[in-house]
Design a protein around this ligand. Structure first.
Ligand SMILES: [Zn+2]
Length: 450
């Protein structure tokens, strides 16, 4: 009894020593899950929220990661204080079009008091959920690309095509100083990009979501003018009456589009959405509005989102003939009007059939990584991918997050660590497939037919 007790006492410190040293090895091993998660947390803790993102800190982090996996790196300063980091894993055949993996480094602001954990604390709770602004949109994707390459390098994989990673600023405020300047640059032209991967959305089901196009924003302001008059008089063509007729017409169109979605005939991204975002009319007083005057002007603003599958000319006709007809003393202007056609006049969408080998490769690669892909979708809002599609380049929006609530731009944005780790394996599979892809030349194709 005494002896066994002493033996146990003797072994306890040894056991503790063993346990502590094994944890230390685990932490030091860059390929361990805990190291991978801690690198993700490090990136999330850099506050890159608009309107004053800590871009210098995020650039330092990305460059240090690139160094640790021996990627070539350059910092492009198209606009001072807004670095764009471009990394390269050179392929063995530099003549082939390359792969570009894009992610934005900025995030939207967070209302700290509405969060259960600090939005830049990257808190990991007992369920494995990592809470942080950017955990879904889209710092997860940026570090998943890097982790996938770390794994591929460790496995000895050699890419045939060069793989580029772009970490771009300012996506959340329109990308004008980020992706837009990048695609216009000589550096970008020299990359010879064949396919771009960019952000998608989380999926509440077990199927990942992939996006082949996105809706373009049209921000419309319609203005009505009319005879002013006493508030007691009834007469035709007042500004308010004219505007109300238009609003009613817009409302009917909106309902018809929503009905298509409700009936399951079209997905959200496939219809034209239109929502009234402001109404401006009346003669203000210090305490409210003048109540006995009918104003001579009234305005309404609409956020319209147009899918590239819609006919933009017929929508414009509808606006000028029904929503703001000159015959009713109405005018209109666009605060923004995104094109839904590329520079060649074709609808801005990426093929999702056999005509686009990158789509087929993505489907296969996701399947090989034990993932499932849902039906291809049109992204309901705008992303940086539009700048690449505008050039006629194929671009796929994809963020591997299944069984996850959609929390981008929302309070308590989080991603589960297991889902994050699974996503890395999906990218391992995709990057492997893309970087090894040999396109059939015309000669080979005709030989196949023979
Ligand atoms: Zn995003």
């Amino acid at each position: 009894m005494e002896l066994s007790c002493r033996t146990i006492l003797y072994f306890i410190p040894l056991l503790l020593l063993f346990l502590s040293s094994s944890t230390e090895t685990d932490e030091a091993d860059p390929s361990s899950s805990s190291s991978i998660i801690s690198r993700f947390q490090q990136y999330l803790r850099i506050n890159t929220a608009q309107p004053s993102p800590q871009y210098a800190e995020s650039a330092d982090f990305i460059l240090s990661q690139a160094k640790s996996i021996a990627l070539e790196a350059q910092t492009l300063d198209f606009v001072e204080g807004k670095p764009l980091i471009l990394l390269k894993w050179p392929g063995s055949d530099p003549s082939l079009p390359t792969i570009l993996l894009n992610s934005h480094t900025d995030v939207v602001a967070a209302e700290h008091d509405k969060w259960s954990h600090h939005p830049f604390g990257a808190h990991l709770d007992q369920h494995g959920n990592i809470y942080a602004r950017g955990s879904q949109d889209m710092k997860c994707v940026g570090t998943q690309y890097l982790e996938a390459i770390r794994k591929l390098k460790a496995s000895g994989f050699q890419p045939l095509r060069s793989v580029y990673l772009s970490f771009v600023p300012d996506e959340e405020i329109g990308g004008h100083d980020g992706a837009e300047k990048f695609v216009d640059s000589d550096v970008f032209k020299s990359l010879n990009v064949g396919i771009l991967l960019d952000e998608g959305l989380a999926s509440t089901s077990e199927n990942y979501r992939a996006f082949y196009a996105e809706r373009g924003p049209w921000w419309l302001v319609i203005k009505a003018t009319g005879q002013p008059g006493h508030g007691s008089r009834l007469y035709d063509n007042t500004a308010m009456e004219n505007l109300l007729k238009s609003i009613e017409s817009v409302r009917r169109f909106r309902a018809s589009q929503l009905d298509l979605v409700k009936a399951g005939l079209k997905a959200e991204g496939e219809v034209v959405s239109v929502n009234m975002v402001f109404l401006k009319a009346g003669s203000p007083t210090p305490t409210g509005f003048v109540m006995n005057v009918q104003p001579s002007e009234a305005q309404a603003g609409f956020d319209i989102r147009v899918p590239p599958t819609a006919d933009p000319e017929s929508l414009e006709r509808r606006i000028s003939e029904e929503w703001a007809p000159a015959s009713r003393n109405m005018t209109f202007e666009f605060k923004q009007k995104a094109s839904v056609r590329d520079t060649y006049g074709k609808p801005m969408l990426t093929g999702t059939d056999n005509s686009n080998p990158w789509w087929t490769l993505l489907e296969e690669a996701v399947r090989k990584a034990n993932g499932k892909l849902g039906k291809p979708e049109i992204f309901p809002a705008a992303t940086d991918a539009r700048y690449y599609r505008e050039l006629g380049l194929p671009a796929i929006g994809f963020s591997p997050m299944a069984n996850t609530p959609i929390l981008l731009h929302d309070h308590n944005e989080f991603l589960n660590q297991d889902e994050y780790l699974k996503g890395i394996d999906v990218y391992v599979s995709i990057i492997k497939a893309y970087a090894s892809h040999v396109e059939h030349t015309r000669k080979e194709a005709s030989r196949d037919e023979l």
